[in-house]
Ligand binder design. Structure first.
Ligand code: ATP
Ligand code: MG
Length: 357
């Protein structure tokens, strides 16, 4: 029987609640299907670790992750620690250190979810956003001079490399090709950003030649926000830069009903390193420790994790269990307008796994 090594990094805030819930659900799948097992290892990195050690994770922490099959990550964020420290010191350190260059965000309106677009049928919104996850606006290149002086200045350089753009475009075209509609929208801002974004557009044209059966178009990021609201059914797979996709995917998550549902995969498509799966939501300190966090985003991450491991049957079983639970409004958490607890939702998903499996 296959055994998968899974690193669990709950991080901060409600990450500490939803990641154990994710582990419970994965274990229920393993116990029910008896086709594979999990070896979980937990890492206490995050804000509390920072208060003790002055860093969000150990300097050599990546060494503990290389031999894992996948990583389940909660959230990095702490009201007492600057956001750039929590983000760069943990999440981005892992994403960049393990070269998880493709960030993949499926978005659908799950059964029972009251999504805000009243003119839109659930079937009209079925997207996968591919976010460039290694460079661009978040390359970390830049600097600050003359701090506190009237001449103070600062830059954040959006650095894009040909190799970096080619690999994310190729990944996005291949993903679009694997989906039924074979449709890709390339998000750009080359009308205003005249260097890197122009190269981005040119590379899209080049890579498209490798995928003659994929229909694709180009959309400015500002126009794309309106199109997501007004004509959601014209979109399927979407590829965008690090910053653009960051913003578009929060919009997508909101249009699908709640931040609490949406998952992300930080993928190394070449499989040199483990990929990392995390709910889109952050640490949500306002509801932390109350058992009220919606664990569905983490469960959907577990679906992606299982697909990534090649466990497609387990992945589809878990997705079915999730959809049965979202369809029951008595099991909705506060973010969806209900009163259910993390534990109730977790138990219900586990029960469906047992009855479906
Ligand atoms: P961070 O700074 O880490 O991004 P945040 O405080 O901005 O954290 P988010 O997680 O980004 O919080 O979400 C914003 C709000 O949405 C939260 O304050 C919370 O009320 C709600 N929310 C987010 N995720 C969930 C969830 N899984 N379940 C219930 N409510 C959630
Ligand atoms: Mg936030």
């Amino acid at each position: 029987m296959k055994s998968y090594k899974i690193a669990c990094i709950p991080g901060d805030g409600i990450g500490k609640e939803v990641i154990p819930a994710g582990q419970t659900v994965l274990q229920a799948l393993a116990d029910t299907l008896k086709q594979f097992s999990f070896e979980f290892s937990a890492f206490d990195w995050g804000g509390d670790y920072y208060r003790q050690h002055g860093v969000m994770m150990p300097e050599d922490g990546l060494n503990a992750l290389y031999d894992k099959d996948a990583i389940l990550f909660g959230s990095a964020g702490d009201p007492d620690i600057a956001d750039h420290i929590t983000l760069w010191g943990l999440r981005l350190k892992i994403c960049q250190g393990l070269d998880q260059y493709a960030n993949v965000r499926p978005t659908r309106i799950l059964p029972g979810i009251d999504a805000p677009l009243k003119r839109c049928q659930p079937k009209d919104l079925d997207w996968v956003i591919v976010r460039e996850n290694s460079e661009g606006e978040y390359s970390g290149v830049g600097g600050r001079v003359h701090q506190g002086h009237p001449l103070e200045a600062a830059t954040d350089v959006s650095m894009m490399t040909r190799a970096g753009v080619e690999r994310i475009m190729r990944f996005a075209f291949a993903l679009a090709q694997s989906r039924p509609r074979k449709l890709l929208t390339v998000i750009t801002k080359s009308n205003a950003q005249r260097h890197a974004m122009v190269m981005w557009d040119e590379i899209a044209v080049e890579i498209a030649k490798e995928f003659p059966d994929v229909t694709w178009d180009k959309e400015l990021v500002d126009a794309a926000t309106a199109r997501m609201v007004n004509k959601p059914a014209t979109l399927d797979t979407i590829v965008a830069t690090n910053l653009h996709a960051d913003i578009l995917s929060d919009l997508a998550a909101a249009l699908a009903g709640s931040l609490g549902i949406a998952p992300t995969g930080n993928i190394d498509p070449e499989r040199r390193y483990p990929s990392m799966f995390e709910p889109i939501h952050g640490s949500a300190f306002d509801i932390m420790g109350k058992g009220l966090a919606n664990p569905i985003g983490t469960f959907w991450c577990a679906v992606m994790l299982l697909s990534h491991l090649g466990e497609d049957h387990a992945a589809s079983l878990l997705m079915q269990a999730i959809e049965k639970v979202t369809a029951d409004t008595s099991l909705h958490t506060g973010d969806l307008g209900g009163t259910a607890t993390t534990a109730q939702v977790t138990d219900a998903v586990c029960n469906h796994i047992r009855s479906l499996g």
